[in-house]
Design a protein around this ligand. Sequence first.
Ligand code: ADP
Length: 238
Amino acid sequence: MSEFTRRDGRKPDELRPIKMKVGVLDKADGSAYVEQGGTKVLVAVYGPREVHPRHLGLPESAIVRCRYHMAPFSTKERKSPTPTRREIELSKVIKEALASTIMLDLYPRTTIDIFVEVLQADGGTRCAGITAASLALAHAGIPMIDLVSACAVGKWNGRIIVDLTGEEDEECEADMPVALMPSLERVTLIQLNGRLTPDEFLEAFNLAVKACKYIGELQKATLRSYYEKIKEEVLYEQ
Ligand code: ADP
């Protein structure tokens, strides 16, 4: 039997190369950039800050708002800059995947605003957006019970694979984005397009958990090296 290969030569359980950076925007309270293969996402976080309009504020908790947006230059065919139904849905999904980790009751009557900007789309943009947004929230100093790490899995050519490219996403029999709190092992997002048998679902889910935990380690290392660099700069200035 011939060896199973994906279009880009990866093994079924192999992720694309990942780059992460925090503190990439001066004007935002928190920011992060994540690159996963050809997918490039930039996130800015503002808050906790006063809510406008004020009646949206909650007396005992902060609210979270999220805007997921694909830049017109992020796809081959120019995407209209006006929000599509897909972008409105993904904004809600990303917000919900992150909100359960934030200690919202510490900041009543405030809002935390998350802007996810997809600079280049090649599969898994909601997952890269969640991973980057969690980093940006941490960079903004917002207390959370854990990070959130996300990765898609799916079934392509009869096999369960991790981290689908845009092309694999188009051709696949099923795709399933998963977001996980990597230390607490709690799922904050799971969606499934297509069909999987119960055994395939379990295989895919376990693969997603493994990928999310690996991404969680990269997130922690990114934050650690950012703050170590700041510490060195402060010590150098003294
Ligand atoms: P995700 O990016 O989270 O996987 P989808 O499954 O909706 O979300 O999209 C899969 C991929 O399809 C995207 O990452 C992108 O590469 C491509 N895609 C989505 N929407 C568009 C669009 N409007 N124009 C061109 N490509 C798109």
